[in-house]
Design a protein around this ligand. Sequence first.
Ligand SMILES: Cc1cc2nc3c(=O)[nH]c(=O)nc-3n(C[C@H](O)[C@H](O)[C@H](O)COP(=O)(O)OP(=O)(O)OC[C@H]3O[C@@H](n4cnc5c(N)ncnc54)[C@H](O)[C@@H]3O)c2cc1C
Length: 393
Amino acid sequence: MSVNGDYDVTVIGAGIHGAGVAQAATARGYRTLVLEATAVAGATSSRSSKLIHGGLRYLEQAEFGLVRECLRERELLLKLAPDLVRLRNFRIPVYRDTHRRPWQLRAGLSLYALLAGLSTHSLFRTIPRRRWNDLDGLDTRGLQAVFEYQDGQTDDAALTRAVLRSAMTLGAELRMPARFLGAERTPDGMEIRYEQGGRQERCKSRVVVNAAGPWVSETVARIHPQPPAVAVDLVRGTHLMLDIPARECIYYMEVPEDGRAVFLMPWRGVSLLGTTESPYDGADPGAVEPQQEEQQYLARLMRRYFPGLGFKILDSFAGLRVLPRDNTRPFVRGRELILQSDDAHRPRILSLYGGKLTSYRADADKVLRRLVHALPQRTPIADTRRLPLTPVA
Ligand SMILES: Cc1cc2nc3c(=O)[nH]c(=O)nc-3n(C[C@H](O)[C@H](O)[C@H](O)COP(=O)(O)OP(=O)(O)OC[C@H]3O[C@@H](n4cnc5c(N)ncnc54)[C@H](O)[C@@H]3O)c2cc1C
């Protein structure tokens, strides 16, 4: 088995994080390889809620840094990727029995606007009572207020493909389908084994970035000597595609029983409803499927908020969140990306746990900053804050 290539950075996984790290690495002039086992955005990065947002509800967990960063990235993506990311009106209905009171939402939305730098589209308003009949069939019994603000929506898989294309235009190499099998630490980096086209291949790399999403722990276990790992839970999130014609706006609904947030969004001419949060204990993250009780949970919510609107479920899909392990409900656990390396000063392997689609670019920057002492000096060729992203035909 000969050594097939010598790289600065090898990225495992071509989801949004792998694509983002590949783009950031090539922009800094590093020789970069991406290994993807199945397809670009073949896992979580095509099964998200597709929102490019600060995450209004993260304010309740006092994740101000995350919200500010995501809002900043939202602004940037609206400029860099106007064909992939667009603003939508979000509507939040508040009923007599809604857990979050109107004053709390007003305070939250004001803070959200402040964290967005009070840009023109960060302002919010309430929809006057006389317009409540135009709310797409929303139940108005017991309705106290409807707030409207703006946030972003994208096509997550298309965004991932665009970021990876940008990386490849700058010089990144993609091997796909190519499954990472293992890596051994050597005096000057890592020696990597992967499988492609039924053959085992090897390559060398100064560093390995583990962006394998829900396979992150499995990937850590394949590295020798084994680097420290973060204990995580995999949490399934299911979406339903409903035959309701797409509306321009997104409804942000609170689940009365547990205070969770569920969105009804326009998607490919119809409507997308999601998501759930259920622990996943399957052995294979690739086998995640929507469950019947999740479909019932979401359908019940739909009937509660839009009682007169008949609907059929056209399709459904599920993805896995990677959340830090603890005893709290998944909904309130941190959404910030966690970086874990084998060596704080000169890492050879860096693993990415969790994170958000929205902040992929800023997160990729953090990854490269962590790796700088393990990499040779190279001349940067681009700045990801200025690279336009266009849909891949
Ligand atoms: C239900 C749900 C809704 C969400 N909604 C939002 C949202 O609205 N907005 C937002 O900002 N974020 C959202 N997120 C978060 C966001 O979607 C994820 O953080 C992001 O998509 C994760 O991307 P990733 O690249 O880390 O993982 P993935 O997209 O899962 O990519 C990992 C890749 O690694 C590959 N791989 C694994 N093992 C190997 C191997 N051995 N060799 C080679 N390749 C391998 C896989 O094939 C896969 O393609 C949501 C997440 C979920 C689950």
